[in-house]
Design a protein around this ligand. Sequence first.
Ligand SMILES: [Zn+2]
Length: 300
Amino acid sequence: MENNLINHNGRIRVFLPMEVEEETIEVDCDLCGEKNRQILFVKEGFPHCRCTNCGLVYVSPRLKRHLELQKSYGTGTMGEERLTSAQMKRLRQTVAEIAPWRQLNRFMDIGPGRGWYLGAVAEAGWETWAVEVNTKALTYLERLGSTHIMAVPAEEFDSPENYFDVIRLSDVIEHLTSPRRVVERIFRSLRPGGLLELSTTNFASLSMIINGSQWMYLNGTDHIILFDPKTINRLLTQAGFQNIQIRTRDFHLKRKLYHPERELPPGSTILRPFRKLLDETLFLTSYGHQLLVKAIKPAA
Ligand SMILES: [Zn+2]
């Protein structure tokens, strides 16, 4: 099947967000190094595969210029342009939750988007750092004059060992060419006892099971690795993290495509009255569409 998708030059017709022919590369499983994979489905030209060894779901072949596109693409998903006072209040409450880790007073956000969270952390008196490649996001970060910015891909950021109390990787890991390398770097950069806070979409969620390849978070253009509770746990354990807490939340049947210009009519509303109940129930299970993870670097 895979051979039918790729012509002789290793080029493939993909949606970007118009149909174009692009140069691609085949990749092996980032989590365990396995070459063998099973194609689950093809979406917008991109084969979504499952590693036959560890179960990681990833896009292969993927765009050769994936990283280059991350510099200019994907700005539509960076979060709200403005926050309401209620949202600001919630944000400050979330920031207060990392206070117990505060020893060296250093916080780093990898892929901070519009930088709302980073700004709130700076406001709470932390020394703030950011790793960011997206040109637009970098202009947002300029507003936060005090933040130290590393304008390099997450796979390449360099920091002293044992340097940070908390590192955040929020809705970023699904874009990375090598989550394994990034998580290894994070592990090294955290102080013993430091906290990694991570979130990503959950491939094993109820909304994914119901929507299949139409699930709104799937697009091979920039979501190239899809984790679930099992694979994210393996990634963090392999890197040396302990006390790994994985929760999930949220559910919807929206089938909106990732590219806003190709939006489909909204999904079923039959479940709407039960939505709150569902959200709350999913919070207690592993079937919500967002994975929320906390992991600790063990004390030496
Ligand atoms: Zn694997």
